[in-house]
Design a binder for this molecule. Structure first.
Ligand SMILES: [Zn+2]
Length: 207
C-alpha cells in the first residue's frame, strides 16, 4: 500500500506531498532541492535482522577485552566498561558520563528500539508505544557515536605502541563488527516508511 503524506521541508519549510517514490527514486524539495526521502528496499526486514545481529554483538563488545597492554612485565586488559570506570576513578566525571552515554548506553538503546519497532512491524503487531519508540530512536541516534570511541582506541594504540606491548582482544573484533552493523542499520533505515507502517498498523487496530 502506498500513501501520500505531507512533509515540511526541513530546510525551507515548504509543505511537500511526499511518500510516493519507489525504491531507487529520490524525492527532492521542489524549492530548495533538499533530499526529502529515498525509499530503501526491504527496510523493515533488514532493520530487524541487523538489530538482532547488533544485539548479539553488544555484550562481547562491551565486556570482552578490547586491547591488552603489557608494560614492565605486568599486563592489563581494557574493556569498554573498564575504560569508563577508570575515567570515573580518575575524577573525570564529565568525560566518563559522555563516553558511557555515547559509546554504551545510546548505541544499546538504539539497537533495542530498532529491534522492537522493526519486530512489531515485521510481525504486524500493533503497539501503542510504537510512535513513541520511533521518536525516541530518531533523537538518540544523534548521540550514539561508536566511531568516535574507535578513533580514540586507534589514537591510544598509536601512542602506546612505542612503549608497551599491545594485544588486540576479541572485544575489538566485536566492537568493529558492531560499528559496521550500526552503520549498515542507519543506511537501511527508512523513517518515512516506518512512520507509514506504524500509521497503517494503528489504523488497522482501531477498525
Ligand atoms: Zn526545501
Amino acid at each position: 500500500m502506498k500513501t501520500s503524506n505531507y512533509l515540511a521541508c526541513p530546510e525551507c519549510d515548504l509543505l511537500v506531498r511526499c511518500g510516493s517514490a519507489a525504491v531507487g527514486e529520490k524525492e527532492h524539495c521542489p524549492r530548495c532541492h533538499y533530499l526529502l526521502h529515498r525509499p530503501r528496499a526491504q527496510s523493515v526486514v533488514r532493520t530487524f535482522a541487523l538489530s538482532l545481529t547488533g544485539l548479539c554483538l553488544l555484550l562481547p563488545a562491551n565486556l570482552l577485552p578490547i586491547v591488552g597492554v603489557k608494560i614492565l612485565g605486568t599486563s592489563h586488559d581494557g574493556t569498554l566498561l573498564s575504560g569508563v570506570m577508570t575515567l570515573f576513578n580518575e575524577g573525570m566525571w564529565g568525560v566518563a558520563i559522555l563516553v558511557l552515554l555515547s559509546s554504551i548506553l545510546f548505541p544499546m538503546l538504539s539497537i533495542v528500539l530498532s529491534l522492537l519497532i522493526s519486530g512489531h512491524l515485521y510481525f504486524n503487531r500493533p503497539n501503542r508505544y510504537l510512535s513513541e519508540w520511533l521518536r525516541t530512536l530518531q533523537h538518540i541516534d544523534e548521540w550514539a557515536m561508536l566511531e568516535v570511541y574507535l578513533l580514540g582506541i586507534i589514537v591510544a594504540c598509536v601512542k602506546l605502541a612505542s612503549m608497551a606491548e599491545l594485544k588486540f582482544g576479541l572485544g575489538l573484533t566485536a566492537f568493529v563488527l558492531l560499528l559496521l552493523v550500526t552503520v549498515t542499520l542507519a543506511s537501511n533505515f527508512d523513517s518515512t516508511l516506518f512512520w507509514q507502517q506504524i500509521e497503517r498498523l494503528n489504523t488497522d487496530e482501531k477498525k
